[in-house]
Design a protein around this ligand. Structure first.
Ligand code: PHE
Length: 461
């Protein structure tokens, strides 16, 4: 017989858990870097437009598809749009599986830097240590990489094991306030630094002459990743809403918080970077460089109270990553639970273990292991890690997101979606007709443009 379905214990549960899923490495690691690469201002403005015009409508679509069916991605899409749509759900589950397998590796690095920074805070930052060498040393150390990602995987499995209200929601309730608190402390300290004015100008002063078309598409692609859209995570989280809770309000809150945190993280990092002469030339050519190479040293040489803020910063990264990895594991496990009738405890451990096998591949991609370090399927993407990252960010999330816009906008009846969004809980400013226009036309066309540009050779990973 059916097991009774676990649900969020309160209306804040969904918002906290979904915000936890959305806020992750995408906000702290990827967004600041792509903002840097695309010269700030205009890029940030375009990103905000993408979030509102494409991300928000799809967020509502995913949540409503989940709430309506009370099933996870595969079952929910089948029920919403027809039996064939189970394939789109399955595509999402696969995306979750692969994404989690390598996301865990980067999350593991935050544990390493947390431990190191505690050491530096007490023992002093080793004078003359080249931060880049330290980074290369840690990613090249196979045993260390496996330990870090195993530790992170176990933490993820442990949370999902306890279920929706006692695991995922409880962790989000504890961790999100801590995360906001740490960010606030960091922000106050960053705003006091000499580079903060330049940082704010860089981020908020739009100069469209500096923005290229590729930047527009990058902003759009990132809005998917950062809001955890396109692979059924929000469908799954939406399926645990039991009482009537406004999907419109919840979506608005999740999207607003995710965006706010991305901007705050960027202000913090740029204030630090602009405060140190010559640093802006040194920020190396990858997001890894900014978070794990430039920043550690700066905390100990330039940031006031860096000895406290340094370790706090890496805890922040780890907490943000954990609330995202649990949502990824939940997508995969809930498929086993809902569709294959496997009990939660067993499903979580089995899925977590299966994913970890692939985490091993990702963790060893930097250690010179034959095949894993040299594999090249997509031009310029060398190694297992880069290959799967490229595949998920460029192909899986946009195609999944595109299909979801079609399901909600074209295959579900107007009546079905209207009933979910106009259920008496919606805020007064909400216009159903506007949502329908965005989900039928604006979102699919925009996401279609990403897919076309990927086919033509553009790279978003
Ligand atoms: N939104 C997360 C981040 O910004 C990543 C993620 C994508 C999590 C898809 C779950 C699902 O880091």
């Amino acid at each position: 017989m059916n097991q009774p379905r676990d649900n969020w214990s309160s209306s804040a549960g969904l918002v906290l858990a979904a915000t936890g899923s959305a806020i992750g490495l995408g906000n702290l690691w990827k967004f600041p870097f792509i903002t840097w690469q695309n010269n700030g201002g205009a890029f940030v403005l375009v990103y905000l437009i993408c979030i509102v015009a494409v991300g928000l409508p799809i967020m509502m679509a995913e949540l409503l598809i989940g709430r309506r069916s009370q099933k996870s991605a595969v079952g929910a899409l089948k029920e919403a749009a027809g039996p064939w749509w189970g394939i789109v759900g399955g595509w999402g589950v696969l995306a979750g599986f692969i994404l989690l397998s390598y996301y865990t590796v980067i999350a593991g690095w935050s544990l390493y830097y947390f431990a190191q920074s505690i050491g530096w805070s007490f023992g002093g930052y080793p004078a003359g240590m080249a931060a880049g060498d330290l980074f290369n040393e840690q990613v090249g150390n196979a045993g260390l990489q496996l330990m870090l990602s195993l530790g992170f995987s176990i933490a993820t499995i442990a949370v999902v094991y306890f279920g929706v209200s006692k695991g995922i929601e409880r962790i989000a309730r504890i961790f999100l306030p801590i995360l906001f608190g740490i960010l606030l402390l960091l922000l106050v300290s960053a705003l006091g630094m000499s580079g903060s004015g330049e940082a704010l100008r860089f981020i908020f002063r739009a100069n469209f002459g500096e923005l290229e078309t590729s930047g527009v598409l990058e902003a759009l692609g990132h809005s998917f990743f950062t809001l955890s859209l396109g692979m059924g995570a929000m469908i799954t989280y939406g399926s645990y809403i039991s009482r009537k809770q406004s999907i419109v309000k919840a979506s608005g809150a999740i999207v607003a918080l995710d965006t706010l945190i991305a901007l705050v993280a960027t202000v913090i990092m740029f204030s630090v970077i602009f405060s140190v002469a010559g640093m802006s030339d040194q920020v190396s050519g990858s997001p890894v460089g900014m978070l794990f190479i430039s920043l550690p040293e700066l905390f100990y040489t330039a940031v006031p109270f860096g000895v406290v803020l340094g370790p706090l910063f890496y805890v922040l990264v780890a907490l943000a990553a954990l609330t995202s990895t649990i949502s990824l594991l939940e997508v995969v496990s809930s498929y086993m639970i809902d569709e294959r009738r496997v009990p939660r405890h067993k499903a979580t451990i089995l899925c977590g273990a299966a994913i970890f096998v692939f985490t091993i591949f990702a963790a060893l991609s930097f250690t010179g292991t034959p095949f894993l370090a040299t594999l090249e399927i997509f031009a310029g993407k060398i190694g297992w890690f880069s290959t799967v990252d490229h595949f998920v960010s460029n192909w899986m999330l946009p195609t999944g997101g595109f299909a979801i816009t079609l399901a909600a906008g074209w295959f579900m009846t107007r009546n079905a979606t209207e009933r979910e969004l106009l259920d008496g809980t919606e805020p007064r400013w909400f216009r159903y007709g506007a949502w329908r226009f965005f989900i039928r036309w604006v979102a699919p066309l925009a996401v279609g443009a990403i897919i076309v540009s990927v086919i033509l050779g553009r790279d978003f990973s």
